[in-house]
Structure formats: C-alpha cells, structure tokens
Ligand binder design. Structure first.
Ligand code: ADP
Ligand code: MG
Length: 611
C-alpha cells in the first residue's frame, strides 16, 4: 500500500503486511512488559488461562464420546434395549460436556476481555501521552499521519493477540497434540498413516500459503497504487480540467490497470495450482484414510465400530486444530513486532513538559527577548545552515519586525523562541535568563503565536477561542472576540458562539479563522506575541480588520512580527533584515531607508513599484 495513504484505519491487508518478529525468548520477554499494565487484574489472566486449559481438555472428551456414539451405526452384536440405555448415557455425558464447555468458555472470554481492555486502555493513553509530548524535531522526521494510523494498527494487532490468538494457540495445541496422542494410542495401525501424511502435507501447505499471501499483498499494493491515481485526479479535478489533462490521467490509470491485470492473471494460475493440490493431496489423504479404515473395519476386522467412530471424530478435530496453528503463530509474531514498536514510542525521549501545571503566565509580565550569536540547522538536514550568527534584541513592549525573502529563516527564529528547537551555537535570553533555564511549560505560557495558516479544531467557535485559556469565563471569551474584531461576524451567524467550524475550520473564511486565532491569543494574554505572516493571505478588507485587531493585541507586549507587506511594519521599533539566515541590517524604517544600497531599501522599492 502506498505510504501515508492509509487514513481509513486498520484493515486486514494492513495487519497482514506488518513485519513479524522472531519468536525468541528476548522478544517474548519484551512483551511480558504488557502484563505490567495489568496491575491488580493479573489474577484474571491466570484464572482465564485455567478456564481455557479446562475447556480445551474437556473439549477432547467431545470427539471421543461422539465418536463412540457414531460407532453404533455399525454395531450389530448388542440388543436394542442395551443400545438404547447406552445411547442415553452417552447423550447425557455429551450434554454435560457442552454445558461445562459453555461455562468455561464464557468465563475465559469474559476474563480475557477484562485483561485486554485494561491493557489496551493504558497502552492507548500512554502512547498518546508520549506522542503529544514528543519534541518538534520528532514530528518533522516522522510522517505524522502514517504514524498515527500505524499506532492504531499496532494496537489492534495486540488486541487481537490477547482476545483471540493466545487463546486459540493454546486451545488448538491442546486439542491437536492431545488428540493425535489419543489417536496413535487407540488405533495404532491407521494412525501411523497420519504421521506419514501430515508432516509433508503441512510443509507444502505452509509454503503455498506463504506464496499466496505474498501474491495477495503485492496485488493489494498495486490496487492501492492505482487508487492513489484516482484519488489524486479527483481531489485535483480542477487542475486536471484547467490543464485539459484528462487524457494524461486516463493513460496513467490505464498503465496501472494493465499491470494489475497481468499480475492478477499470474496470481490466478497460482491459485488454480493450489486448488488442484488441495483436491488431490488433501482430499486424497482424507479418502485414503477413510478407505483404510473401512478395510480395517469390514475386511481385516482390526477396528471395532466404536474405535471407527472415535477415530473419525478425533481426526476431524485434530486436523482442524493443527491446520489453524500456523496462522495463530504468525499473528502472535506480528503482535510481538507491534508491541516492540509501541514500546519504542513509549520509551522515546519526550520534552520536559509539566502536565497539569496551573501557574498563570499573566502574572510574570516583562517579555524581553535577545538572540546572541544563534546558529542553527534542522536535525533532519545537518549540512544545511538555516541561521548563522543571528543576534538581535527586543526590549519589553517593543515591536521587532523580521524581514527577508522566503526561506531566509524568519519562521525558524519564531519557533526557536518557543524552544521548538534549540540553537546549535549561541543562546536565546528571555527576561535575562537563558531560555533553556525555564521549564518549557513556563516559557511557552509567556508566548502566543498567530500563524499564517490557522488550523482550528473541529468544534464550536467558543471552544476554539477558549483553547487559549480553557478555564476562561464566557464574558472573557466574548471580550476576547471583541478585541479580535471577531465579535460581529460571530454574532451574525445563527448559532453565534456555538457555530461549528468544521474539520480544520474549513467552514470559515481565512480572515475569520485568523481573527479567531487572534482572539485565542488575546485570551492567553501573553507577554510575548509572535505574528508569523498573520495577514498575508487576506484580502485588503479583512486584512484591515485583522491588522487593527493585531495592533490592539500588540499594545503592552513584546511582539515579533513577520510581515509580508512591508507597509505594515513601518512603525516597528526595530526591523531585522535577514538573508539566507544571516542578519544583514538592523534599524528603524527611516534608518534603514537611508542606505540605498541596503536590502531593505531594495525590498521596499520593489513592493512600491509592484503596487
Ligand atoms: P521563512 O519563514 O523565512 O520563509 P523558514 O524559517 O521557514 O523561512 O525556513 C528557513 C529554511 O529552513 C528554509 O530553507 C527551509 O527549507 C528550511 N526548513 C524549514 N523548516 C524545516 C524543517 N522542519 N526541516 C528542515 N528544514 C526546514
Ligand atoms: Mg515562514
């Protein structure tokens, strides 16, 4: 399946392709850690196991007794009355076994469900807890969508292992091996054929199954690939149409469809071979043994009718159980691999975040920022210098603008203030202290960021604003909306503050979303405000509204403003001009405009000419 395209959650083909781990002691030991999540529920697992072994053991009596019953078909020596009494007896035993089985099975399933749900709940919460506290560098490395769907798949594989696979493995082993032992002991001469036939048949079947699974996986992958083409063409349908590329897309799809067809044909031949194999060898063996049995019963008289029946029933049970074993083992191996990956995530290094911290940053005013010779590169691209020796200072309450062409490092500087990343060299001083000396929670409580692409959470407008301070009152939320010039448009909606914004906020316009993000920042009331191109995607009317809201918000705070339109930052206390991660010039608008050779002058003139 194509990478990053499995939003739909775990499916069978998803779990099938998960890598399997070796069934080694070391790997099993690692998985024992799962039981650590059980705590006081451990006894439930033990009791469940006892029920399981009990029900499997009792289950073995079932083919024995029902086989005995079947034996009466060929019974000719006993009189009718004896047969009647004996049949009644066997019927009673069978009924008793069934009831016992029912009780054991219910107990086992119920207890295992308790065990599984307790483990999974803790595991789900733990992985999410760790995931959400991972540093930004982790998210820039991993594809987040893929990661979360992978987690879902892994956890469902572990869940299957506990609810189905472990129990089935044990049950099938007991019934399969126990049944085989009884078979060999009770009817040696024919059972020896089992020992001759089963091993080679099993090996060939496993090989076939493996090959078929590989085929089917590749087949699924190829179909997924072709679905990507369909998906992309349909989501980008306006692109396809404006470029009149229908023909191009059809050709692309046709090629993939052809590949699928050819592969499917090969796969078909293979499946045909498998069916022939099953017909000849598997059914062949069944009939061969039946044939041998009838000979033993009717011609050689080495088999009693009772033994005949027992043999029949037992061999059905044994075959069913042994046949299922490889699949259970494979599933458990996948579960081991999944456990390993889940714990890898849980053991990963997280940021030092103080969950449940309640100190309000409002009280700790000030907000001085100083970059001292900061150099930086992203961990994913160690050879590419993003910031080189960057120094500047923003005094409390000042507005400092960062200017420079796209890719010059402005957003990187913004994210470093919140310590999404730390400098490789140099230091960032906030209110007189190296930013590393603050707890991340305290530091980030001082700061609010209004980005260019505001992503809202699916929910109401009220909840989205309250995200800035979840314990805010309704009046405070309304007040924040007013300050952000958002109140009027919110009130104009029929549902007002309870209007749903849709996934990622798509039911609002860009300017409306931006003003909600500003209201959020107002509510947070930070001492440091970072505006990263907060108005660049707006039309002039909404830009005016947003700009006005921003100016109100900036009063009394230290603000770092990254602006696309230079006219909006003319009044900044300081303008830092960046080029390829290096500070070229620093000064106020009028100071910088004096240098006609300078970059700032050039950028201004270019914008002026364009306007
Ligand atoms: P600006 O905001 O000035 O347009 P950025 O700070 O976003 O520029 O980017 C500066 C440089 O860092 C660019 O060359 C960009 O490609 C690179 N960059 C940005 N984010 C990442 C990241 N997460 N991983 C690696 N490189 C990045
Ligand atoms: Mg940027």
């Amino acid at each position: 399946m194509a990478k990053g395209r499995r939003g739909a959650g775990p499916t069978n083909s998803d779990t099938d392709e998960l890598p399997k781990a070796k069934l080694s002691i070391a790997n099993l030991k690692k998985s024992l850690r799962l039981f650590g999540y059980l705590g006081k529920h451990k006894w439930k697992f033990v009791l469940g196991m006892i029920f399981l072994v009990g029900s499997a053991g009792v289950g073995l009596i079932f083919p024995l007794k029902s086989g005995q019953m079947l034996g009466y078909l060929a019974e000719e020596t006993k009189d009718v009355e004896t047969v009647r009494v004996e049949l009644m007896e066997i019927g009673g035993v069978l009924l008793g076994i069934l009831l016992l089985q029912a009780a054991f099975s219910f107990g086992r399933v119920y207890l295992f469900a308790q065990v599984t749900e307790n483990i999974l709940k803790a595991l789900r919460l733990d992985t999410f807890k760790r995931l959400i506290q991972m540093p930004m560098s982790f998210f820039s490395k991993s594809q987040v969508a893929e990661l979360s769907s992978r987690m879902a798949t892994d956890i469902s594989v572990i869940s299957d292992a506990f609810t189905i696979n472990i129990a089935e493995l044990i049950r099938q082993t007991i019934v399969g091996v126990g049944g085989l032992v009884i078979l060999v002991m009770t009817s040696g001469p024919i059972a020896k054929w089992f020992l001759v036939i089963i091993p080679p048949l099993t090996i060939v079947s496993i090989l076939f199954a493996r090959k078929i699974r590989k085929f089917s996986k590749t087949y699924q992958e190829k179909i997924a690939e072709s679905n990507v083409v369909v998906g992309e063409a349909l989501t980008g349908i306006s692109n396809v149409k404006t470029f009149t590329n229908e023909d191009y897309e059809i050709n692309k799809y046709d090629k993939l469809a052809n590949i699928i067809r050819e592969f499917g044909l090969k796969y078909g031949i293979f499946r045909g071979l498998f069916f022939s194999f099953v017909m000849v060898f598997v059914f062949g063996s069944v009939f061969f043994i039946l044939w041998q049995m009838l000979f033993a019963l009717k011609v050689d008289k080495t088999l009693t009718p009772e033994a005949f029946g027992t043999f029949m029933m037992l061999s059905l049970f044994v075959a069913g159980s042994l046949g299922g074993l490889p699949e259970q083992i494979a599933s458990l191996q996948r579960a081991l691999g999944a456990t390993d990956r889940v714990f890898e995530l849980i053991d990963g290094t997280i940021e030092d975040i103080d969950l449940g911290s309640t100190t309000d940053a409002e009280k700790t005013k000030s907000g001085e920022i100083e970059f001292k010779n900061v150099s930086f590169n992203y961990p994913t691209r160690p050879d590419f210098v993003v910031l080189k020796d960057v120094s500047f200072k923003a005094q409390t309450g000042q507005t400092v603008a960062l200017v420079g062409s796209s890719g010059s490092g402005k957003s990187t500087i913004a994210s470093m203030i919140s310590r999404f990343y730390d400098p490789i060299n140099g230091e960032i001083i906030i209110d007189g202290k190296n930013s590393k000396e603050y707890s991340l929670t305290d530091l980030r409580k001082k700061i609010a960021l209004v980005p260019q692409d505001v992503i809202l959470f699916a929910g109401t407008i009220r909840d989205n604003i309250a995200y800035g301070r979840p314990n805010a009152t309704e009046e405070e939320i309304a007040e924040a909306a007013k300050k952000a010039n958002a109140y009027d448009f919110i009130e104009s909606f029929p549902d007002k503050f309870t209007t749903l914004v849709g996934e990622r906020g798509i039911q609002l316009s860009g300017g409306q979303r931006q003003r909600i993000a500003i209201a959020r920042a107002v509510l947070k009331n930070p001492s440091i405000l970072i505006l990263d191109e907060a108005t660049s995607s707006l039309d002039s009317e909404s830009e005016h509204l947003v700009q006005e809201a921003l100016e109100k918000l900036m009063v009394g705070r230290t603000s770092i403003v990254i602006a696309h339109r230079l006219s909006t930052i003319r009044n900044a206390d300081k303008i830092v001009v960046l080029q390829k991660g290096v500070v070229l010039e620093t000064g106020t608008h009028s100071e910088l405009m004096k240098h006609e050779e300078g970059l700032y002058y050039k950028l201004n003139r270019m914008q002026f000419e364009m306007a």
